[in-house]
Design a protein around this ligand. Structure first.
Ligand code: GLY
Ligand code: MN
Length: 346
């Protein structure tokens, strides 16, 4: 069954669905622009954009009627026979909501129903995510040959990014994190002008978008011989990461997968230095559901793709995070990240 038909199964007879977020527009129509809306009724699929994108929309959004005039959307909404418009409450500004309300239809929040199918990736999506992650692995191998004491975090981040773009990525999954020395204690320390020094931990957390799908990986390396404390922290994070990877499987509770990592970090005395969840799903967007979080009551299913990324962050000292991307199948799991995880000493 195609994606629109599957969505129709969660709609009532007198409902139409209005989709306004780019990731969901891409998921349901294949259209990649930043400026569009789609409306799906029981019998129609309409895409509203403007003349900048009409040719592209015809090529990408197969099975959709394409409209390119500003008034087309208004006419179409007024002309809908259904009484209820299901909309993305997570992707509509208050001003847009007010405009929509003015059409006089009943409005029904529908973000959950629209997004839910994206949690279970089909085989084509799984292939694309694996390919994106493969490019991430290649970028990591490349940067290991170019990172050295005396270079800045920004130089390293931009070389990683250029490598991924040159090799097919359309964009980055998120702003590249390159955090060295005491800056590595910032879990999301994006690259700065700091010069990388001897003895620094360097955390590299990066990803690209390839064929519409994101990759995500993190490695922490050390510049020169690690101290005892650096080795200790790295070993705890690695043990925690492997423990959570072993817990990730079809049918596992997300909270238990988180605890598999968290317990090891807590038992080593670093519980207060691990403030974020153990992982998140990845797909068209870098952060998707379900999450490997202590608060989650979700159960992992075949077709989920989750990161496993525990860390320890010590203010004034530095930090370590190790992140792999894991695909969940019915009978097993596959770690899509192939880069080594032993502490790399440059
Ligand atoms: N790897 C970036 C993030 O998970 O937010
Ligand atoms: Mn991540």
């Amino acid at each position: 069954m195609n994606r629109c038909d599957r969505l129709r199964q969660s709609m009532m007879e007198d409902e139409a669905v209005l989709i306004t977020s780019c990731p969901n527009i891409f998921y349901y129509s294949g259209f990649t622009s930043e400026d569009a809306k789609i409306v799906i009724t029981k019998s129609q699929q309409m895409l509203f954009t403007d003349s900048r994108y009409t040719i592209q929309a015809r090529l990408e959004a197969k099975g959709f009627d394409i409209y390119d005039k500003a008034d087309d959307f208004k006419k179409a909404i007024k002309g809908l026979e259904c009484k209820i418009i299901c909309f993305e409450e997570e992707a509509l500004s208050v001003a847009q909501y007010e405009k929509l309300k003015a059409f006089g239809k009943e409005l029904k929040p529908f973000s959950k129903e629209i997004k839910k199918p994206r949690e279970t990736k089909d085989s084509a999506e799984l292939r694309k995510i694996a390919e994106a992650e493969r490019l991430g692995d290649e970028a990591f191998s490349y940067i290991l040959k170019h990172i050295s004491v005396g270079r800045t975090e920004k130089e390293i981040a931009s070389e990683l990014e250029f490598f991924m773009r040159k090799n097919g990525a359309s964009a980055l999954s998120f702003e590249t994190i390159c955090a060295s020395g005491v800056r590595s204690a910032m879990p999301h320390g994006t690259a700065s002008d700091k010069v990388i020094k001897k003895g620094d931990f360097v955390t590299l957390d990066f990803g690209c978008i390839l064929d519409g799908y994101c990759s995500d990986m993190t490695r922490t390396i050390v510049m020169g011989t690690p101290s005892q404390k650096q080795k200790e922290i790295y070993d705890v994070v690695l043990k925690a990461q492997i423990s959570a990877i072993n817990a990730v499987k079809c049918g596992a509770r997300c909270a238990d997968c988180d605890m598999a990592a968290r317990k090891i970090i807590e038992d080593a005395g670093y519980g207060n230095n691990f403030g974020h969840g153990t992982g998140h799903s990845v797909g068209i967007e870098i952060h998707e559901s379900p999450n490997l979080s202590p608060k989650s009551d979700a159960i992992l299913q075949a077709g989920n793709v989750v990161t496993v990324e525990p860390g320890i962050y010590i203010d004034g000292f530095g930090g370590v995070r190790i992140e792999d991307l894991v695909q969940i199948n019915d009978q097993n799991t596959e770690n899509l990240t192939k880069s080594v995880k032993d502490l790399i000493i440059i």
